[in-house]
Write a protein that binds this ligand. Structure first.
Ligand SMILES: O=c1ccn([C@H]2C[C@H](O)[C@@H](CO)O2)c(=O)[nH]1
Ligand SMILES: [Zn+2]
Length: 137
């Protein structure tokens, strides 16, 4: 599985998006250590703020059966250039993935770039940031 194949998986994952409100399909593809790919797409709701992004759909689908660690993620949408993941997804990536994990950002016509989890969200909020009194509760 190379990066172009993973990006293609993310582009294909868009077909399962549920986007009656934005009509904006996003796809994600998460590569596992054994070469398996877990896809995700955005899933919206009439209560708009409940929309779940493609990235988090893929991460949570993979996390629950215990598929960690994750090797790479590709994200794709119909954007002028490589798609830019939202802040919430950057935070979840930072929590569940290695800081150096490659993330491939793409559009649907093959414009892509490589970044990493730590480049996407430097200084992310982490467990150690919670104070000692919080741990005593
Ligand atoms: O990186 C992104 C950016 C946006 N969206 C979704 C959320 C919503 O369903 C739609 C418009 O914001 O796109 C994603 O899935 N991933
Ligand atoms: Zn997001």
């Amino acid at each position: 599985m190379n990066q172009i194949e993973l990006i293609t998986e993310a582009i294909n994952a868009r077909s399962q998006a549920y986007v009656p409100y934005s009509n904006f399909q996003v796809g994600a593809a998460l590569l596992l250590e054994d070469g398996t790919v877990i896809q995700g797409a955005n899933i919206e709701n009439a209560a708009y703020s409940l929309a779940n992004c493609a990235e988090r759909t893929a991460l949570f689908r993979a996390y629950h059966p215990g598929h960690k660690p994750f090797k790479a993620m590709a994200i794709a949408a119909d954007t002028p250039g490589p798609v830019s993941p939202c802040g919430a997804c950057r935070q979840v990536l930072a929590e569940l993935c290695d800081p150096d994990m490659p993330v491939f950002l793409s559009n649907t016509t093959g414009k892509w770039k490589k970044t990493t989890v730590q480049e996407l969200l430097p200084g992310f909020f982490k467990a150690e940031d919670m104070n000692e009194s919080r741990k005593e509760i």
